[in-house]
Write a protein that binds this ligand. Structure first.
Ligand SMILES: Cc1ncc(COP(=O)(O)O)c(C=O)c1O
Length: 410
């Protein structure tokens, strides 16, 4: 089939996400390796979006493929509770790595967050969930309702109002604390802590800002949660598995959440899998109480194999340290670019989770960068630099030079 025929044929039968169908312009990918993929129309592109922020271990890794093949050859389909060596291995690996008692495996990130909320409601006997005003935790209706992101707008009329912490940026001090903490204290006061089951926060916020929280924020959240029998849920679906230069972003702030949601980089996107990791107290609670959670495809064996393979690659190839190192090189070069009058007003982030803000709308930059060998995620006045963690350091200069050229045309 001629390449343009393939795009037209797919468009004729398959709906795309988050788009008006007539104007969406998805690319045909013909091969992918490491931190790049090759498209029919533009050739090789550096993947600064990691295919929706999840190919942490890199494209086409033979070890992950081999793990998946081996699982397909043994047991390719099994009910979510069946005992399998690959499930035991993944549960052990992920709990030991992250320091939790037990893991509950689901399919996608939004479901993991829904399950974490259900667990918090069951455990505390309370219902409400506090989130940040500019937060995204997934697109199923229950998760849209509690989060603050504008992606809920089309459905908001049918939803209860959320409970949100302000996250002014840059943050200011208010008396003894930061304005983030003051906002949380206010929300808790208004809602009444006896109604709040959970505080749900991204380990490090993704496309909604990548704001570095003030230093008192996470420790104070932990204190307040403990004091009021509220569970602290850390959503590491975007920021986990090395992306910020730590295995999990909360390690930057030194706090221990009660529940942690994982997805995306868990399998590096080779198969769908997500999870909720739970503390010993929560695990003990569900030893005696029913866990009212579960769907048909949960803990899929081939996805478990992809996760084991991906975690092995991230550990063996030192990709967490590499994300920190290459991320610093990228930030330094992007900050140098910011001094050259190309409209950059801020560069910030952690590891390979970087946001660059412009003094104008960044949308046209996406197309300009496709033509310059870079697949660049953009949103409003910002673009993001979130490549696979195996991005070679030598690629940084090439990418930054392409960005300088694209920005000059913007
Ligand atoms: C922080 C965070 N939580 C949850 C989700 C939802 O994950 P999924 O798209 O796999 O349902 C996302 C997706 O972008 C995310 O960034």
């Amino acid at each position: 089939m001629h390449p343009s025929d393939l795009a037209a044929a797919q468009r004729g039968r398959v709906l795309v996400t988050w788009s008006k169908q007539a104007t969406a312009d998805p690319l045909e990918i013909v091969e992918a390796t490491g931190a790049r993929f090759r498209t029919r129309r533009y050739g090789w592109l550096w993947d600064l979006e990691s295919q929706v922020y999840n190919v942490n271990a890199g494209h086409g890794h033979p070890h992950i493929r081999q793990r998946m093949h081996a699982q397909i050859e043994s047991i390719a389909a099994a009910n979510p509770n069946a005992v399998l060596p690959i499930r035991e291995q993944l549960g052990r690996m992920v709990c030991e790595r992250a320091g939790f008692a037990k893991a509950f495996f689901a399919t996608g990130g939004s479901e993991a967050v829904e399950n974490a909320i259900k667990m918090a409601r069951l455990y505390t006997g309370k219902t409400r969930v506090i989130t940040r005003k500019n937060s995204y935790h997934g697109a199923t209706l229950a998760v849209l309702e509690i989060a603050g992101d504008r992606r809920k707008q089309a459905f908001e009329h049918a939803m209860k109002p959320g409970l949100h912490i302000d996250d002014p940026y840059p943050s200011q001090r208010v008396g003894d604390t930061s304005d983030w903490v003051a906002s949380l204290e206010r929300v808790l006061d208004q809602a009444g802590p006896d109604s709040v089951a959970a505080i749900l926060l991204e380990g490090f916020t993704g496309t909604n800002g990548m704001q570095l929280p003030p230093p008192d924020f996470w420790p104070r959240v932990r204190e307040l949660a403990t004091a009021h029998n509220i569970l602290l849920i850390d959503d590491e679906i975007f920021s986990g598995f090395g992306r910020t230069g730590r295995w999990f972003a909360h390690e930057h702030w030194g706090v221990r959440p009660d529940l942690m949601t994982i997805g995306k980089g868990l399998t590096s996107g080779y198969a769908p899998l997500s999870g909720v990791l739970v503390s010993q107290d929560v695990a003990d609670y569900f030893a005696e109480q029913t866990l009212w959670c579960g769907l048909t495809h949960y803990a899929h064996p081939v996805s478990c194999a992809a996760a084991v393979g991906s975690m092995e690659v991230i550990a063996r190839e030192g990709l967490v340290g590499r994300a920190e190192r290459v991320g610093q090189v990228l930030q330094t070069q992007l900050k140098t670019l910011a001094d050259t009058d190309l409209g950059i007003v801020d560069v910030r982030g952690l590891g390979l989770m970087i946001r660059v803000e412009l003094d104008r709308n960044a949308t046209p930059l996406h197309q300009l960068m496709r033509e310059r060998g870079v697949f660049l995620p953009v949103r409003d006045n910002a673009f993001f630099v979130c490549p696979p963690l195996c991005l070679p350091e030598e690629a940084v200069a090439e990418i930054v030079a392409a960005l300088a050229d694209g920005l000059a045309q913007l």
